[in-house]
Design a protein around this ligand. Structure first.
Ligand SMILES: [Fe+2]
Length: 281
């Protein structure tokens, strides 16, 4: 990966990209189907400069039977995959996690151990909003999580229709204590123009702080951050871009404090249309 070093912290200088959102565990969701798929994804991620990934199967607490949890299943799957990856000579660390559907009382699910934070360590919790709307209870939920010491990370808000219409709807969530990550694929235009433009706006205005791959396979939705890092470097400069793919996600997987920029209000530029002149006018 990129050779920029951050002086004063030898740990950061030797790390590659850290990807906090990858559907790599076989057979648990719409990501890798087999262990072979998962190993292929790990191979791609390594070749593209990633040194740590968080395995984040979709979990909707409302779909679990009362008291049930997938925490132990996910941890066992991570341990098994890590053994296979290591025995294949692939140098990447896989950590447990979840992409949790935004649900009332997430604090209760976390406290009871029915869902787990990123890397099963510390305070960061990867949360997914619906694609079309932002639920009316979501802001209060973020506030409650922050009050209980958790930091929700809103997954790919640039794909949410309300955020696309008005990126500033994220500001109350961020002020309440949330972080946000955009998808590498959105920045690369894989989701279309509007999510791409929104992802750029969010990064430029401190409305998102991290880039993750949301990788689902070794082919169509790859777990790679290198191309998005290049795009972010053009948008933000290389030092700020490195924070989004390495420094902030590294702090997150270690459960340490992450220092992020204050959000700025996005002011849409007025668009001018040129109407064709009528004959004779
Ligand atoms: Fe995802």
């Amino acid at each position: 990966m990129n050779s920029v070093m951050i002086t004063g912290d030898s740990r950061l200088s030797v790390e590659g990209f850290v990807d906090i959102h990858v559907h790599i565990l076989p057979g648990l969701d719409d990501g890798a189907k087999t262990e072979g798929d998962a190993i292929a994804m790990a191979t791609v991620a390594t070749k593209r400069g990633t040194s740590k990934i968080v395995a984040t199967p979709h979990v909707d607490p409302l779909l679990l039977p009362p008291g049930a949890t997938q925490v132990e299943t996910i941890k066992r799957a991570v341990n098994s995959l890590q053994e296979s990856i290591t025995s294949c000579g692939i140098s990447i660390q896989v950590m447990p996690g979840m992409e949790i559907a935004m649900t009332p009382d997430l604090v209760g699910y976390l406290t009871r151990g029915e869902v787990m934070p990123v890397s099963d360590r510390g305070k960061y919790v990867l949360v997914e909003l619906p694609f079309q709307t932002i639920p009316s209870y979501a802001e209060e939920e973020v506030f409650n999580m922050a009050a209980s010491g958790y930091i929700p990370i809103i997954a790919h808000p640039e794909r949410n229709a309300s955020v696309i219409r008005n990126p500033n709807v994220l500001i109350p969530f961020l002020k309440a204590g949330a972080l946000a990550h955009v998808n590498a694929g959105s920045l690369m235009g894989r989701e279309g123009h509007r999510p791409q433009e929104t992802a750029e706006i969010l990064l430029r205005h401190g409305l998102a702080h991290i880039i993750a791959s949301d990788g689902h396979s070794a082919t169509s939705r790859q777990p790679g951050l290198d191309r998005a890092f290049e795009i972010a470097s053009r948008l933000l400069g290389e030092d700020e871009a490195l924070k989004t793919v390495r420094d902030i996600p590294l702090a997150i997987v270690h459960g340490e404090d992450a220092h992020v920029n204050e959000p700025e209000v996005y002011k849409a530029r007025r668009k001018w249309w040129r109407f064709p002149r009528r004959e004779g006018s």
